[in-house]
Each structure stands twice: as C-alpha cells, then as structure tokens.
Design a protein around this ligand. Structure first.
Ligand code: PLP
Length: 425
C-alpha cells in the first residue's frame, strides 16, 4: 500500500481509534463551500456520496500522467493504464472478501450490473411458468429488469412483503420461494427504509429450492463490511459513486461457473477472442462482459476510494452509522407529527432515514432545508411500488455517511423545527 495513504488515513482515526470526523470532513473539498449562505450539511448520501481529495486527485493524476486506452496498446502509457486498471480489479476483489479477481466485472453502476444479469442469465434461463422473486422494498434498478424479463418470457414476478416496521416478512417464505423459483433478487440494504435484509438466510432457502440469488448491494457495500461469500449470493452488484468513488463505475460480481455459462450483454471491441465475418468467439471472463472502452479514469480513482474506506475500517464505519442513526432517529422522534419509515433500532438498519411530517409535504421540507444549506432527498426514491405499499406519495430522506456527525443532525432538527414554524404547523 502507498505509505501516503496509510499516513493520511491513520490520522483519520483519532487517538481513541474512533473515526476523527473533523479530519475526515477536511478531506472533502465540497463540504467547505457554503450553500445558500449556510454551512453545507450533506445528508443525501444514499443518492451519491461526496468525494475526498484523494479520489479527485487520482482522476487528475491519471489524465496528467497515464491516459491511454487499456488492454490494446503496447506502448508505455497503455501498459501503465492497463496495469493500474487491473490492479483495481484485484483491490475490489479483496474489498468484498477475497473473491477470485476474474469474477469482478466493471460496469457503469448497479443498474447496468443488474440489467446485465437479467439480459444474459435471465434470457438464457427463464421460461414461461418460472417464477422470479423480489421484495416490496426494491429500488427500480432491482425491479424493472425483472418485471420486463417476466413480461417478455411469461414468467411470474412474485414478491416478499414487509412487516409494519419495514422488515421483510418471512413468515410465509416457503410459499413464495418454491421449486418454481428460478431467481431471487433482493436488496442487501434498503435505500428507503434502511433495513438490512437477512440475505444469507434467503440465499440458503433459494439454493435449497434450486434458485440462484442476486443481491443488490448498492447501499450495503458503502456502509458495512461485505464478505460476498457469506451473503450466499450468486451475483452481487454495487456502485462506486455511493462509496466515495467516481460516477460511472460499478461492480458486478458473479460466480465464475455462472459467468462462464452465460452469453455477453454488450458486444464489440475487447470482449472477443476471435472474430471472422461469419463467426465470433468470446474472451474469458471478466473481459467477455467489458465491451468497448470502460471508464478507465473512474476505475483507477475508485482504487483510492476503496483505500480510504479500508483505512477507516468498514467495521468502524458501520459502528459510526449505528451510533449516528440512533441519535438521528431519537432526535427526529422528539418532533411531533414526524413518522419514520423502517426499523427504529439502528442495529437493524443503515443510515438512510426516511420520514414524513403529518402536515408538510416532503418536497416542501426538502426545499426549506436547502435554504438552510441542508441537502436531503424527497420523493419516491426510485421505489414507487414501495411508496404505494406504505401508502405514501413521497418521503423525505436524510442519509448519513462517514463525514456526518451530531452537529449535522442537530442542524437538521433545528431546520425542521424552523420549517414547521414557517408553515405554521
Ligand atoms: N439499488 C439501490 C438499493 C440503490 O439505492 C440504487 C441507487 O440509489 C441503485 C440500485 C441504482 O444505483 P445506480 O444508480 O448507481 O446504478
């Protein structure tokens, strides 16, 4: 590991070994700018995280010093870029629990990762009469591809419903995951409810029924230690931009035997072994799934994001978010008329905290908070079916990350009180 990174990040942990939030904040240039005349309080991390200067610098350094296309040139820059890119594959494989490097595919994000499986494994394996199981809390990225696949093949889309406090209701799971089930697609952590799902238990049952399991890790990978082998997943997807990395980079992990068995999604340059006018053979995995020129700068800068998170320690990040979510939930519940969606126990959930006010629309809350420099998200959070299930048109959502602290939560609560005064509630 680069000693600069180690020195930097060691300082990110205070003397007690806890994360030093002030030092972390100082690494994020964007947090220094005032917004609407106020200190920026960024609480929209479930949508995308901010980037530390180490990641931003890595993008600039790549373009200044190594820019070249990868896997094709024999010149020095091409070799430099290729080896940096491939080293990130090794790093990403280590980050998710030490999987085989060739099982790590770079995509543009979770959405593309899931679509890749729906369009390849799905089209190859799903037939009329088969069943695909999702849950009622899925993001559209882990719902629409399966809906379209079931419509195109005549398969049935079934779903696991929710308990009143936003956990998966597994009481009748044996009636939902059956011998007809071919695939179970489930979020590891909900982007709306924050719920952490028991993916290993679900995977175990799915495997007993002969189904495979895709886990949407877009919200889990940034916020908690993820050991892919322990999740029981056959495919696991996540996005760099929610974990300090650049936009336009994602990871799709898949079991090698499955990846070798399925056709490519996108075809073209670099994913082939041999092309003639009348036939084509595919490259080995993972390259079979990486057609064309990828987001080279983004992948290379993602390396620094992974290092930053590792130096803090994913266990420490999880502990920080348990503590801060607990504080935020308690403070939100001090306010009359506020209802929190999802589990209230911070040990059962991550730091995406959705809430509604009995009297003020979430969009009005968000707009008012913005005038005080506080960024939250309001809307359906790409989970319209979940909103319908909950009987809401929208929710407000404050979502936490490594640079948030109690001061940020206090600012949120003060501004929410002000919002209520402003609207005469
Ligand atoms: N799945 C979940 C649970 C998400 O929260 C998101 C993004 O918010 C996605 C999938 C889609 O991720 P991306 O837009 O990076 O493809």
């Amino acid at each position: 590991m680069n000693p600069d990174i180690r020195n930097d990040a060691t300082a990110l942990k205070g003397r007690s070994g806890q994360m030093d939030i002030d030092r972390i904040k100082a690494d994020f240039p964007i947090l220094k700018q005032p917004v609407n005349g106020h200190r920026l309080v960024y609480l929209d991390n479930a949508a995308t995280s901010q980037k530390p200067k180490q990641v931003i610098d890595a993008i600039v350094k790549y373009y200044n010093e190594s820019n070249a296309n990868i896997h094709r040139g024999l010149h020095t820059l091409a070799e430099k870029a290729t080896s940096a890119y491939e080293n990130v594959r090794v790093h990403a494989a280590r980050f998710i629990g030490g999987v085989d490097n060739s099982e790590v595919i770079f995509t543009s994000g979770t959405t593309e990762s899931i679509n890749t499986i729906a369009r390849t494994w799905g089209e190859k394996n799903i037939r009329s009469g088969d069943e695909i199981v999702i849950t009622e809390m899925e993001h559209h990225a882990n719902l629409v591809p399966w809906l379209v696949l079931s419509q195109n093949t005549g398969a049935t889309l079934r779903r696991i419903s929710l308990t009143p406090d936003g956990q998966l209701d597994l009481t009748n799971i044996n009636d939902i995951i059956t011998a007809r089930t071919r695939l179970v697609a489930v979020a590891h952590m909900s982007n709306v409810l924050g719920t952490i799902n028991p993916v290993a238990d679900i995977a175990e049952l799915a495997h007993r029924r002969g189904a495979i399991v895709l886990v949407d890790g877009a919200q889990a990978a940034p916020h908690m230690p993820v050991d892919i082998k322990q999740t029981g997943a056959d495919f696991y997807a996540f996005s760099a931009h929610k974990m300090l990395g650049p936009t336009g980079v994602g990871v799709l992990w898949g079991r090698k035997t499955l990846l070798e068995d399925i056709p490519p999604f996108t075809t073209g340059g670099e994913m082939i072994r041999e092309v003639r006018f009348d036939r084509v053979t595919w490259n080995d995995v993972p390259h079979k799934f990486e057609a064309g020129t990828p987001n080279i700068a983004g992948v290379i800068a993602f390396d620094r994001a992974l290092s930053y998170l590792e130096e803090l320690g994913m266990e420490n990040i999880r502990s920080h978010e348990i503590e801060l979510s607990g504080y935020a939930i308690n403070r939100l519940l001090e306010l009359d008329g506020i209802e929190i969606q999802g589990p209230l126990d911070p040990h059962l959930r991550g730091g995406a905290i959705s809430f509604t006010d009995a009297k003020i629309h979430p969009h009005d809350i968000s707009t008012f908070l913005d005038s005080r420099g506080i960024a939250i998200r309001a809307g359906h959070h790409c989970a319209q079916p979940l909103m319908r299930t909950m009987g809401k048109v929208a929710t407000a959502r404050a979502s936490l990350y490594i640079y948030n602290d109690r001061m940020d939560i206090d600012a949120l609560i003060d501004a929410l009180k002000e919002t209520r005064r402003y609207f005469g509630v």
